[in-house]
Design a protein around this ligand. Structure first.
Ligand code: ADP
Ligand code: MG
Length: 566
């Protein structure tokens, strides 16, 4: 059975598989390679995923959810109408849709996937991703980090020479920099850095703000619908910069169509501060890996936003060389996951490679230190596994009792980079009994083991008695009990996913409804008339008539979306 590769993105998700000619993307029910990571519930309580949900998010924000990958591994609640979801359930719904697309494509069931995750994903986030797969009915034995997937898609794992390279991934709302090194067939992630709140959307936002400023408007005085239309137009203008030196945004506001022409130079100047923010993580990753810019032999561009020519030239100026961009940057991670899926399935067509990764954060414990004045101060962080350590890794630290007759040693498991324990993330704790002796006479060994899937295990051994305890991280923020998982599986199984055969029609209606809400006056009436005609065509149940009418409507709506009106 074919194992699929999945890029479960913050903005867009994709599914791929391996063929004799390499990895290929499997299109969704609308024939598109990218499925927006958006979930919406329709009026019948059916679940919609992707482009249709993205349209509905504008008209029915209270029934829709997006960007939930940011909260993966937490129990943040998303309320969609009468239903409640946590991020991994929403991710499971997206995965289920991708699984169905693959099954439809193969005409056979799919039960296993390799899913990519950001290199900085914590233990809880990785576990949550695996569970999301499980909830969607997919076995996920192997996760792959996104930069590693991109490198594999470029075939860098097949090189015979030692290579150091950097993956520059700018998605919709996240920026990830990873430095990888290949030697003796081993791909190693040497360092990761990034900005969780910087992405292509910030480059769109700049255009929105320029438009508002030019017309002396503020975002808060516009209706949500007008603002989302303006964002849409700004997105179109942003993409136009790939071909043109001037872009135009026009948007109907208060019964008047306002517009703005902006040159590439003006755009460049307005985005300067964003480029400064892009530079910082690059520098941090280089310094963590103890490398100079000149040590980097290749740069891989990943993420839809790296299609912006301004970003491409920024990267080549920064590194003094052209970046790899010949594989579509928004497909490259999914393609790499597809290659990895084949490696896992052990099809003979590609060379096996051993992959290693890094632990994205420092993991450690809390200790009491003795101050020069002789008093003890608890709450100091002691790193055990430093960030960017290659995994799998296992490290031991020995700690001693600090009080006479101390009977218990408390071991906290913490994640973070701060000097004080309270500023780091608390993952769990364990108390171990020690024989009461003089201070410093009893000791424990704390072993932290971080495996290839980013799963942390801790073991404490009392040196004198040999007593061992495995630490189960109890307060994993996204921890689900077996009962909760069973409930979740049931919940998701009960959700009615909208039948894929009708997706194209459903999308036309969702688009029409969105446009209806955005417009007023005669435009609005015209949209209502077109939608009614389409519904009549649907009632006739003749696939040919429906298709003809659908194409006609799509063309009209495309024009309305680009021109801002009829
Ligand atoms: P993610 O990894 O977050 O799921 P993607 O890699 O799909 O995201 O990137 C989405 C971002 O790429 C969006 O901000 C979108 O505006 C941007 N993008 C996609 N195509 C282009 C293009 N041709 N020009 C500029 N930006 C683009
Ligand atoms: Mg991505």
């Amino acid at each position: 059975m074919t194992i699929i590769g999945i890029d479960l993105g913050t903005t867009n998700s994709l599914v791929s598989y391996w063929t004799e000619d390499g990895a290929v993307i499997i299109p969704n029910s609308l024939g598109q390679n990218l499925t927006p990571s958006v979930v919406s519930i329709d009026d019948n309580g059916d679940v919609l995923v992707g482009q249709i949900a993205k349209e509905r998010q504008i008209t029915h924000p209270e029934m829709s959810a997006s960007v939930f990958k940011r909260n993966m591994g937490s129990k943040k609640k998303y309320i969609l109408g009468s239903k409640e979801f946590i991020p991994e359930e929403l991710s499971a719904i997206v995965l289920k849709a991708l699984k169905e697309d693959a099954e439809h494509y193969f005409g056979a069931p799919v039960s296993e996937a390799v899913i990519s995750v950001p290199a900085y994903f914590s233990d809880a986030q990785r576990k949550a991703t695996k569970r999301a797969g499980e909830l969607a009915g997919l076995r996920v034995d192997r996760l792959i980090t996104e930069p590693t997937a991109a490198a594999i898609a470029y075939g860098l794992h097949l090189r015979n020479t030692e290579t150091k390279f950097l993956v520059f991934d700018l998605g919709g709302g996240t920026f990830d920099v990873s430095i990888l090194e290949l030697f003796d067939n081993i791909m190693e992630v040497r360092a990761v850095a990034g900005d969780n709140y910087l992405g292509g959307e910030d480059f769109t936002e700049i255009l929105v703000n320029l438009f508002l400023k030019r017309h002396s408007l503020t975002a808060s005085e516009l209706e949500n619908k007008t603002l989302s239309l303006l964002k849409k137009q700004a997105e179109v203008a942003k993409r136009a910069f790939s071909e043109k030196k001037v872009a135009t945004i026009s948007c109907p506001i208060n019964e008047e169509t306002l517009s703005l022409d902006i040159t590439l130079e003006e755009y460049d100047a307005a985005t300067k501060h964003l480029f400064q923010r892009l530079r910082e993580p690059v520098e941090r990753a280089l310094s963590d890996a103890s490398l100079k810019i000149s040590d980097i032999e290749a740069i891989l561009l990943v993420g839809g936003a790296t299609k912006l020519p301004l970003i491409r030239s920024f990267v080549s100026k920064l590194f003094g060389k052209l970046a790899f961009a010949n594989i579509n940057p928004d497909e490259v991670v999914a393609l790499g996951a597809g290659v990895q899926a084949a490696l896992k399935g052990k099809e003979a067509s590609i060379k096996e490679v051993i992959l290693t990764d890094v632990c994205p954060y420092t993991l450690g414990t809390s200790v009491t230190v003795r101050k020069s004045q002789g008093f003890h101060e608890p709450g100091h962080f002691l790193p055990i596994i430093e960030r960017n350590t290659t995994i799998p890794v296992s490290k031991v630290e020995r700690l001693y009792t600090i009080y006479d007759n101390q009977k218990i040693i408390n071991v906290d498991i913490l994640q973070g980079e701060s000097r004080l324990s309270k500023d780091n993330i608390f993952l769990g704790e364990l108390n171990v009994p020690v024989p009461p002796k003089n201070a410093g006479e009893e000791a424990i060994d704390i072993r932290f083991t971080y495996d290839i899937n980013g799963i942390l295990e801790a073991e404490v051994t009392v040196v004198s008695t040999g007593l061992k305890r495995n630490i189960i991280i109890e307060k994993d923020p996204g921890f689900m009990t077996p009962e909760e998982i069973a409930d979740s599986i049931k919940n998701i199984a009960h959700l009615k996913i909208h039948p894929r055969e009708n997706h194209e029609n459903k999308l036309v209606i969702a688009r029409g409804e969105r446009l209806y809400e955005e417009k007023i006056g005669s435009d609005r009436q015209e949209i209502a008339r077109l939608l009614m005609e389409f519904e009549e065509a649907l009632d006739k149940q003749d696939p040919k008539i429906i298709e003809e009418y659908r194409n006609k409507l799509n063309n009209i709506f495309d024009a309305v979306d680009t021109k801002g009106g009829f």
